[in-house]
Design a binder for this molecule. Structure first.
Ligand SMILES: Cc1ncc(COP(=O)(O)O)c(C=O)c1O
Length: 418
C-alpha cells in the first residue's frame, strides 16, 4: 500500500472520534472501531509492537505483519544511558524482590512506604541539591498530582503550546485558568503574563519530547521573576543527561536556585518507573498532603526503588555515560545531515526527522522496520497536523557503526520516496 492509495483513510484521525455525529449512545465506539480495524488492515498499526528482548541498542520485537520475531537497531527507547539493563541495577532489584516481594501493597500515605523508598528520596534530593523530594508512581502522575495540588480556581497556569499531556491534564484538573504561549517564546510569554493578576505558575520542559529542543530557560526565568510567577521545570528528558553533574538544564544554565519546582521521571535515563518533584521541605509537605494521584495510588514497588537507587549511583559515578550519549546524538545528527537529511534542529538525544505528510511517515517507518531499524512514526495528536515525523531517540548503548548504518538507511528510504 503506497501513501497515495491511503488518502481516503487518512481523512480521519483520533480527533474525528472524540465527539459523536449522532445521538446514539456509544455508537462512536463502533465508528471508531471500523476506522481502527481499517487502519490495522492498511498497515498503520505501528504502535505498541510487543518487544521480546531488553531495550538495548538492538531490540527484538514481533513484526506486526509477519507475526515473527525481528531483530532491529533500536532508535525508539528511553533507556538513554543503558541503566535499565545494567547488571548491578538488576541484581539490586532482584535482591529487594527476595526481601520485599512483588509490590508495595499500599498507598504511600498508608502502608506502602518502605525505608528503601524513603532513603531513595533522600538520595535524590541530595543529588538535586534540594531540601526534599517526593516520589510519584509515574512521571505522568507527578505532573497530574503536583500541579493540581498547588494550583486552584482563580490562579493562572502558563503553558508552552507544546506542553506534555501530563502537564496539560494536571492544569485542567487544578481548574486554574490555562494560558498558552508560543513554543519556546519568552516574548509571547511576557505579552500574556503581563496582563494576568493573582497567583501564577509557568511550566516549561528542559527538552521537549517531540522536537528535542531545549527551553530558553534564562529568558523564561527573567519573565517569571519580573511578573512574580513560580516556575515548574519538567526535566523528563534532560535530567541525568545535561549539566556537568547531570542535574539537567537548570544546572546547564546555572539557574537551579531560580526554579521553584524541579520535576523529572525515572522512566527514561534511570530506566525504571516513577516521577519526582524536588524543592523546599514546605512544598514537599504540602504535596504529600494534597497530590491525589499519589495519595490514592499504590506506591512504587520496593524492588524498583532498589534498582533506581543503584541506577542513580551509576548516573552520578559514571559521567562518561553522559559524554557517550552526547557524542552519540551529535554523531547521529552529523550523519543524517551527511546523508542528505535537512532541517535537523534538535539539541538533544531526541532527533525528529520531519516528513510532514502522515501517509509518507507511516510508509517510511514501515519500510525501515523491514530493513532492520526500529524508529517510530509520530503523528497528530502527539504533534501538530502536517508535522508528522520519525522520532529518532538516541542512547549511550549505540555504537558508531549502528548509528552510521541507521542514518544511512533513514536517508535512503526517505530519498527513494521523493
Ligand atoms: C515531558 C514529559 N513529562 C512527563 C512525562 C511522563 O513521564 P512517564 O512516562 O515517566 O510517566 C513524559 C513522558 O514521556 C514527558 O515526555
Amino acid at each position: 500500500m503506497t501513501p497515495e492509495e491511503n488518502k481516503q483513510f487518512n481523512e480521519y484521525d483520533f480527533s474525528s472520534f472524540y465527539f459523536g455525529t449522532d445521538d446514539g449512545q456509544f455508537t462512536i465506539i463502533d465508528q471508531f472501531n471500523a476506522w481502527h480495524n481499517e487502519a490495522i488492515r492498511l498497515g498503520y498499526n505501528q504502535f505498541s509492537m510487543p518487544l521480546t528482548s531488553a531495550p538495548l541498542s538492538v531490540v527484538k520485537l514481533i513484526h506486526p505483519d509477519f507475526h515473527t520475531e525481528s531483530e532491529l537497531i533500536n532508535l525508539s527507547s528511553y533507556n538513554y544511558l543503558g541503566i535499565a539493563t545494567r547488571k548491578e541495577v538488576i541484581e539490586s532489584a532482584k535482591e529487594a524482590l527476595d526481601t520485599y516481594g512483588l509490590g508495595a501493597s499500599g498507598s504511600p500515605i498508608l502502608s506502602g512506604t518502605f525505608q528503601i523508598g524513603v532513603d531513595f528520596a533522600k538520595q535524590l534530593a541530595a543529588f538535586k541539591k534540594k531540601e526534599a523530594a517526593i516520589i510519584f508512581p509515574t512521571g505522568y502522575s507527578t505532573n497530574l498530582g503536583f500541579i493540581s495540588a498547588i494550583m486552584r480556581p482563580g490562579d493562572t497556569i502558563l503553558l508552552d503550546q507544546f506542553a506534555h499531556a501530563s502537564i496539560v491534564d494536571g492544569a485542567i484538573l487544578s481548574k486554574a485558568e490555562i494560558v498558552y504561549f508560543k513554543h519556546n517564546n519568552s516574548i509571547d510569554l511576557e505579552k500574556k503574563i503581563s496582563k494576568i493578576k493573582g497567583r501564577k505558575l509557568i511550566v516549561v520542559e528542559g527538552v521537549y519530547s517531540m522536537d528535542g529542543d531545549m527551553c530558553p530557560l534564562p529568558s523564561i526565568v527573567e519573565v517569571a521573576k519580573k511578573y512574580d510567577s513560580k516556575i515548574l521545570l519538567d526535566e523528563a528528558h534532560s535530567a541525568f543527561i545535561f549539566g556537568e553533574q547531570g542535574r539537567g538544564i537548570a544546572e546547564l544554565f546555572g539557574l537551579e536556585d531560580q526554579i521553584d519546582f524541579h520535576m523529572g521521571t525515572f522512566s527514561k535515563s534511570l530506566g525504571g518507573i516513577g516521577g519526582y518533584i524536588c524543592g523546599s521541605q514546605e512544598i514537599i509537605n504540602y504535596a504529600n498532603a494534597y497530590a491525589r494521584s499519589r495519595f490514592f495510588s499504590c506506591n512504587i514497588p520496593p524492588a524498583i526503588f532498589a534498582g533506581l537507587s543503584k541506577g542513580l549511583q551509576i548516573a552520578i559515578e559514571e559521567p562518561q555515560l553522559r559524554s557517550k550519549i552526547q557524542n552519540n546524538f551529535t554523531l547521529m545528527k552529523e550523519k543524517l545531515i551527511h546523508y542528505g537529511i535537512e532541517n535537523i534542529t534538535s539539541q538533544s538525544q531526541i532527533i525528529p526527522v520531519i516528513i510532514g505528510d502522515e501517509d509518507k511517515t507511516f510508509f517510511i517507518a514501515k519500510k525501515l522496520l523491514n530493513e532492520g531499524i526500529f524508529v517510530l512514526p509520530v503523528v497528530y495528536p502527539a504533534v501538530t497536523k502536517n508535522k508528522a515525523r520519525l522520532r529518532v531517540s538516541i542512547s549511550a548503548t549505540l555504537d558508531e557503526s549502528q548509528i552510521d548504518f541507521a542514518a544511512h538507511k533513514i536517508a535512503s528510504v526517505i530519498h527513494d520516496l521523493k
